[in-house]
Ligand binder design. Structure first.
Ligand code: MN3
Length: 222
């Protein structure tokens, strides 16, 4: 049975080909409309299925056949200044959005005692942290992100990066492990908030997944 043999061969060849689509989007952990009325369903749908999907697929194209193909994102970010700008833009885009989806939730949950203590000692209060992050996001000219990160000394720090850069990249001034990132690209809010970035930044705290931010904090200080 030649045809059976050849179809078996085809199956085997595919089974042992290196799975190239290395970077893939994690399914959204909630429905598109789950963050309504703070973030609308159409924005979530387009943001996840168009913008973020393009970063993942363009990242895979950018690394294909290059030494970066064998690196993790964290490894790429550590030497991002030496890599192709397409890896910086799309690798950052993929990582930043994968983080962003998880730190939002229709069930915000509580800040862990350890993170709360760190926030209070660093910023004075949770409201002061929110204000600082909102200022970082509001002041970012054009497109970018506002971040809460853990530095190599285990301290909390607020920063902002342009485009799809993030605190893991060797090109940024304020480095750390990001535990909370707010997307301030217009595509993240324009359909509902238009030019009112400040209103979006105010609303995002209603859907902040503090349980996940706390988990990331505890992982980062370990
Ligand atoms: Mn985005």
């Amino acid at each position: 049975m030649n045809s059976l043999r050849s179809s078996l061969l085809v199956t085997l060849v595919f089974a042992f080909l290196p799975a190239f689509a290395q970077f893939q989007q994690t399914p959204l952990p909630y429905a598109y409309n789950a963050l309504e009325p703070y973030i609308d369903a159409q924005t979530m749908d387009i943001h996840y299925n168009k913008h973020a999907a393009a970063y993942a697929s363009n990242l895979n194209k950018a690394i294909k056949g290059t030494p970066a193909e064998n690196l993790t994102l964290t490894q790429m970010f550590a030497t991002i200044s030496k890599l192709d700008p397409a890896i910086r833009n799309n690798g950052g885009g993929h990582f930043n959005h994968e983080l962003f989806w998880t730190i939002l939730s229709p069930e915000p949950g509580e800040i862990s005692p350890a993170l709360l203590a760190a926030i209070n000692s660093t910023f004075g209060a949770v409201d002061s942290l929110k204000k600082k992050l909102n200022e970082a996001g509001a002041k970012r000219f054009g497109s970018g992100w506002a971040w809460l990160s853990v530095t190599s000394e285990g301290k909390l720090v607020v920063s902002s990066t342009p485009n799809q850069d993030n605190p893991l990249m060797d090109v940024v001034d304020v480095k750390g492990i990001p535990i909370l990132g707010i997307d301030v690209w217009e595509h993240a809010y324009y359909l509902k908030y238009q030019n009112k970035r400040g209103d979006y930044l105010g609303a995002i705290w209603k859907v902040m997944n503090w349980k996940e931010v706390s988990r990331r904090y505890e992982e980062a200080i370990r």
